[in-house]
Design a protein. Structure first.
Lengths: 159, 211
């Protein structure tokens, strides 16, 4: 190996990041070449001096400020998801209402049908999955001609 | 044959290699445990996470932005982004590498914003674009630290980042390549150029004569 090929490898040699084969080649070259040895020593000095930059930290209170900012962001995102969930639930309830208003029986039992719609909306607010499940059960009952079963508020998760 | 396999076969495994592999595995397990605690919102884990990696993130952000206030903003943004997405950390890399990738992405976004803002200012003649940033007057930093970082800030960004990751964070060449998305050979040549450029500057700086 000559100087032209050894020079660009000196830095990686210093970091012990060369393959075994290249490490041996550079080491052999350094044994014979005083110029490259001098360059390697200069690189070592540079690396030693650079170590004095390692301790640099952000200003005091950074950890506390950052944790607080992360907590705030986390709450904001959770709130946004809850809002989104609520909107989806309400939208689902509205779609169900529109669909159900065209069902057979809607015009025959107006009072019971309105009660049924009100229950669907309240249940939707407690979650899409619960709403869909309960609505499907109620729909079965309703279409089956049975009187809809009363749904307890606690079951719907509402006050 | 896979590249990793070729590299492994080209070297003889020594006891030292096995010890290093064991340490890496232990660190990964610690990383994963900390990430899981952070994912469930444990406030102590969050503080530990930020405390452990604040130097890594801040110094890397400073390496990209060369301005302490901007670097601190970017570091905070990085931690907020990381903590709100930490459940997606799978332990494929170390937490330091994972965080470094986020830091570079966020800091580079700040650089682009800064460029757009500077271009707008110049176009509208509102005010002179800000002077070239320098990490001078770093809060609480010692003179030698400041001197070193001032010299690092004079390097082109492409050389600065691998240097910061190697010299200040002791990342391996492969980890640096992973963070920056470049081949290992590129990391090697950039590091060599960065050190060669700094060699004379550091040697002639009087503030660093004593060290």
């Amino acid at each position: 190996m000559d100087c032209r090929r050894a020079q660009p490898l000196l830095s990686a040699y210093l970091d012990d990041s060369l393959s075994d084969q290249r490490t041996h080649a550079v080491r052999d070259h350094l044994t014979d070449c005083a110029d490259c040895r001098a360059d390697l020593h200069a690189l070592m000095r540079t690396a030693r001096t650079l170590q004095f930059g390692r301790g640099l930290e952000p200003s005091a209170g950074f950890v506390e400020r950052t944790v607080l900012a992360a907590r705030r962001e986390s709450l904001r995102r959770r709130y946004e998801w809850q809002q989104l969930g609520l909107r989806v639930a309400l939208a689902t309830a509205m779609v169900l209402m529109v669909l159900l208003s065209g069902m057979p029986g809607a015009g025959q039992k107006p009072v019971e049908f309105l009660q049924f719609q009100g229950r669907v909306i309240r249940q939707a607010a407690s979650g899409v999955s619960t709403t869909l499940h309960n609505a499907a059960t109620d729909l079965d009952d309703f279409l089956g001609g049975n009187k809809p079963k009363p749904v307890a508020d606690e079951k719907a998760g509402l006050p | 044959m896979r590249v990793m396999g070729a590299i492994t076969l080209s070297r003889t495994l020594t006891t030292a290699d096995l010890v290093i592999a064991g340490e890496v595995a232990e660190r990964r397990a610690d990383d994963l445990a900390l990430a899981r605690r952070c994912a469930v919102g444990d406030p102590d884990a969050w503080a530990q996470f930020v405390r452990t990696y604040q130097r890594t993130v801040y110094q890397l952000a400073l390496g990209v932005l060369s301005h302490p206030h901007d670097a601190e903003d970017a570091a905070q943004e990085t931690f907020v982004a990381a903590l709100t997405a930490v459940r997606r950390f799978r332990g494929d890399s170390s937490l330091a590498t994972w965080l470094s990738r986020i830091t570079v992405r966020i800091a580079m976004r700040q650089v682009r914003r800064r460029r757009v803002r500077g271009a707008l200012d110049r176009a509208l003649h509102f005010r002179q674009s800000p002077p070239p940033p320098s990490p001078e007057h770093l809060a609480g930093a010692q003179e030698t630290e400041t001197a070193v970082w001032e010299h690092v800030a004079t390097l082109p960004a492409a050389l600065r980042l691998p240097l910061v990751l190697r010299e200040f964070q002791q990342f391996s060449y492969r980890e640096i390549a992973d963070v920056l998305g470049v081949p290992v050979g590129t990391v090697q040549s950039r590091l060599h150029r960065a050190r060669a450029l700094l060699r004379d500057r550091l040697a002639t700086d009087r503030r660093l004569e004593a060290v």
